[in-house]
Ligand binder design. Structure first.
Ligand code: GRF
Length: 199
């Protein structure tokens, strides 16, 4: 199975994925990393690992769908079977999702459906919830929704700061995202009736 990673930022999840592939823990090929941000460090991680990196500028397109059409066109060159979002800060159009139905994964740093959006860790911290966590789910048109494949929780301790919580969340992400990608790539995740079943 071939996959692509789409990332907009520092790419620590991408790096965890690259390391898991090298260690034989993900039995699938990462063919290309695509970013909508020229200076995303994720692209640098890709270059260092010898993986093709592609930057596509949203400024060159009139709307979300025409941008997505350009991304999908590039992905086709790499014969991608599925897509992994790792800190990709754009909402995918219906067109994009329709090209890879039930074949796009995302990781979100909260226990969805709590704390959707771009500031999930801070929001959970500021709400002083006792437990938060990480969710890996299938991407649908609605943001941070879609069948949940895996969730893992972690407690927010009294001595935690936002920074210590972020660190714990990212550590958890870096462990569970490669695990789920490997299960998915090996056909161990089945989607039906809006639910993901881990076979
Ligand atoms: C992660 O916290 C992920 O859950 C969220 O965006 C962040 C990306 O971080 N979707 P990185 O770019 O992988 O370091």
């Amino acid at each position: 199975m071939n996959f692509a990673v789409l990332a907009s930022g520092r790419g620590s999840n991408l790096q965890a994925i690259i390391e898991a592939i090298k260690a034989g823990k993900i039995k699938a090929d990462l063919k290309v990393v695509v970013s909508d941000k020229k200076d995303a460090y994720a692209l640098e991680h890709a270059r260092q690992a010898g993986i093709p990196d592609v930057f596509i500028s949203p400024k060159d397109f009139q709307d979300r769908e025409s941008f997505d059409r350009a991304v999908v066109e590039r992905l086709r060159e790499f014969n991608i079977d599925f897509v992994v979002l790792a800190g990709y800060m754009r909402l995918l159009s219906g067109y994009f999702i329709g090209q890879y139905p039930n074949k796009i994964l995302n990781i979100h740093p909260s226990l969805l459906p709590d704390f959707k959006g771009a500031h999930a860790i801070k929001d959970a911290f500021e709400h002083s919830v006792a437990v938060t966590g990480v969710t890996v789910h299938i991407v649908v048109e609605e943001m941070d929704a879609g069948p949940i494949i895996k969730q893992e929780s972690l407690p927010i301790e009294p001595h935690d700061t936002l920074e210590s919580l972020e660190e714990k969340i990212h550590k958890l992400e870096h462990r569970i995202y490669p695990e789920v990608i490997d299960l998915f790539a090996r056909g161990h995740v089945e989607i039906g009736n809006g639910k993901a079943i881990d076979l």
